[in-house]
Design a binder for this molecule. Structure first.
Ligand code: HEM
Length: 248
């Protein structure tokens, strides 16, 4: 099932010993495999990110201590953020490659679940692509809201201080931002509710005995992530309504 889209020329690729990786990416099964690996690693990030953000419920001291400790370990942060960036890029590139890359491969794609709407058949892959695109839009907005702002790049016109707790609440207090965070979290949940189990299938870990369990696990995971992030956006600014941001 060669798609031929990622065939590298000899040279640098051989020199750094990555030929195997590009060969893997030149087949649709290999592309799905790498997509599954990157997807599951991104799920790991979501768990860590949600756990950190739930400290917003504990209060300013907890959240700011956590943010401070994270930023103190700047060497770890550089590695983790670079890794995350590469994971996102690879996941997005492969979403395009597997959705638009090869018509024949698409006909044969493994996406089992299909939904009939007004006589047309929309594959699970199209839903994954659409929900993934919305999540990408949300993440880009979110990065300008809170990540770039931490580096002093303020593209959204909020008044940021060095109080991470106050900055986050200020963003979430804005009704439009809050709606975007809630919708973003729900669409992320929809993406994960199929994507989690689908990743296991792509990795070949789809034993008939365990697959029903993995599918249920995927749905539970999706609900926990969506409800977790959405509840922070909905309730944290209400709980800490009277909080006055401080500049240390
Ligand atoms: C209520 C929901 C959320 C809150 C309050 C929140 C908060 C934050 C904050 C404060 C940062 C900046 C961290 C720093 O300065 O080091 C950040 C970074 C980030 N967030 Fe979120 N986040 C939320 C949801 C999400 C979701 C759903 C995703 C992914 C789909 C996401 C992806 C990211 C990414 C990729 C970064 C950059 C990672 C980094 O550089 O550390 N966030 N978030």
């Amino acid at each position: 099932m060669e798609t031929g889209s990622a065939r590298p020329k000899a040279g640098l690729i051989d020199w750094i010993g990555l030929r195997w990786f590009f060969l893997l990416l030149s087949s649709s099964i290999g592309q799905k495999f790498v997509m599954g690996v990157t997807g599951l690693l991104l799920c790991g990030f979501l768990v860590a990110h949600l756990a950190g953000n739930l400290l917003l419920f504990a209060g300013a001291k907890w959240f700011n201590d956590y943010a401070h400790k994270l930023h103190e370990q700047w060497e770890f942060l550089i590695v983790a953020e670079t890794g995350l960036f590469v994971l996102f890029l690879a996941h997005i590139y492969l979403a395009f490659a597997t959705t638009f890359g090869n018509a024949k491969a698409r006909e044969e794609q493994y996406a089992v679940k299909q939904t009939k709407i007004k006589g047309r058949v929309i594959g699970a892959n199209s839903w994954m692509f659409a929900s993934g695109a919305v999540v990408l839009g949300f993440v880009l907005l979110h990065l300008t809201d809170l990540r770039l702002a931490a580096d002093g790049i303020n593209l959204r016109g909020f008044k940021y201080t060095d109080d991470a707790f106050g900055n986050t609440l200020m963003v979430l207090k804005n009704p439009i931002s809050r709606a975007v965070y809630v919708i973003g979290s729900i669409v992320l949940g929809i993406h994960l509710s199929h994507g989690f189990a689908s990743a296991f299938q792509s990795l070949g870990l789809n034993h008939p005995k365990y697959m029903p369990l993995i599918k249920i696990g995927g749905k539970v995971f999706a609900v926990v992530i969506a409800v977790g992030f959405a509840s922070i956006a909905l309730f944290a600014p209400e709980i800490w309504r009277g909080y006055v941001p401080v500049s240390h």
